[in-house]
Design a protein around this ligand. Structure first.
Ligand SMILES: *Cc1c(COP(=O)(O)O)cnc(C)c1O
Length: 367
């Protein structure tokens, strides 16, 4: 069993997608055109916001959201220490300096209680990440940001459709970035992303930034980028979007199964879900002191697993220049050392779930 089986989710749609892609080839409208505009309007509605601007990928979406919101060279940006490294890279590439803050044991996301001690006169943004499909504590983040005059850009790349305290992922901050990398809860057939926002001026700036800075053709208002959403990807995403909620329900069923079957097994610590949170389970990450040997035991039984992520960004060579050594962010470092992601995808069967749970239990019974 693979760690993620995209076929289980996509097979039913492939024929209709291929027919629409063939039509697109006939029209030759590979950029913009009806599919991009339609996807943008449908995804904005899905996120309960006014505007969606399609982008080339999730990293560009974060980077351009920061640029569109007016980040300046050297601005400090608070970011959770426990995230995928693209969050750090996007901030750096927008001219910002990532300022990591440790994760909370309560949800593995940004610990809002630790943010204040990280603030300086240069702090202008907070980029909370809704990691593994569970929203960060946005009530606390927004309250804090309001008090200190900080802009909030959500990294919602793993949290399509997630909710917490009545808020929807992507609808809380000034803007939010999504990725549609194939394995995300809503995945394209290649790279794609989007920024969503209620701010129409920001949306207009983002449309210019993604396309050479143009508002009127060949008249650049600002120095722009090439960061558009392909029409082919928009066609794929339009077919998949109506199924995301159903797929997320299947993920919830799978997570519920694991959380019941694995309760009290060995030294496992199961993913925490705070009251009021409705995660969409992009990943189901258990903690153990033996992640590598458990992964090997499962691999020998042809069960794929993942590590998300074995190295926190502050300990990577790419961000050693930030100067945060081992021990700087103990929760993030423990999560990196102990985390193992079990197979979880839309369409995973009860039989597959039982096989994983049985194999995990057998590993610990063996002693
Ligand atoms: C996937 C992901 C990104 C980057 O998305 P790409 O489309 O791969 O550029 C950024 N942040 C998080 C948390 C992600 O999971």
């Amino acid at each position: 069993m693979p760690f993620v089986d995209l076929g289980a989710r996509d097979r039913e749609l492939n024929e209709a997608i291929v027919a629409d892609v063939a039509e697109l080839f006939e029209s030759g409208a590979f950029h913009y055109g009806p599919p991009v505009a339609r996807f943008e309007s449908e995804f904005a509605a899905y996120c309960a916001v006014a505007h969606c601007v399609g982008m080339s990928n999730g990293l560009d979406a974060i980077r351009l959201a920061l640029l569109g919101a007016g980040i300046e060279q050297g601005d400090e940006v608070v970011v959770p220490a426990h995230t995928f490294i693209a969050t750090f890279a996007a901030i750096r590439q927008a001219g910002g300096v990532p300022v990591p803050v440790d994760a909370s044991e309560s949800d593995y996301n940004l610990d809002a209680a630790l943010v204040e001690e990280a603030l300086t006169e240069r702090t202008r943004f907070v980029v909370p990440v809704h990691l593994y499909g569970q929203m960060a504590d946005m009530r606390a983040v927004m309250e804090l940001a309001g008090r200190h005059g900080l802009e909030v850009i959500e990294d919602a790349c793993q949290a399509h459709g997630a909710e917490r305290d009545g808020n929807r992922s992507g609808a809380v901050g000034r803007a939010a970035a999504f990725s549609f990398y194939p394995s995300k809860n809503l995945g394209a057939a290649g790279d794609a992303g989007a920024v969503v926002t209620d701010d129409s001026e920001l949306a207009a700036r983002l449309r210019a930034l993604r396309h050479h800075g143009e508002i009127v053709k060949y008249h650049s208002e600002v120095e722009g980028y090439t960061a558009r959403l392909d029409a082919i990807q928009a066609v794929v995403l339009l077919h998949k979007l109506p199924h995301v909620d159903r797929w997320n329900e299947q993920r919830r069923d799978a997570a519920r199964y694991y959380s019941e079957a694995l309760e009290g097994v060995g030294d496992l610590r199961l993913p925490p879900v705070p009251v009021g949170s409705k995660p969409v389970w992009h990943l189901y990450v258990v903690r153990t002191q033996h992640p590598e040997s458990l992964a090997e035991h499962l691999a020998a039984r042809e069960i794929g697993t993942g590590r998300h992520y074995p190295q926190p960004p502050h300990l990577s060579a790419a961000f050693s220049w930030l100067g945060h050594g081992h021990g700087s962010f103990p929760v993030a470092e423990a999560l990196a050392e102990e985390g193992l992601s079990l197979p979880l995808f839309a369409g995973i069967t009860d039989h597959q779930l039982a096989r994983v749970a049985g194999a995990v239990t057998a590993f610990f019974d063996r002693g």
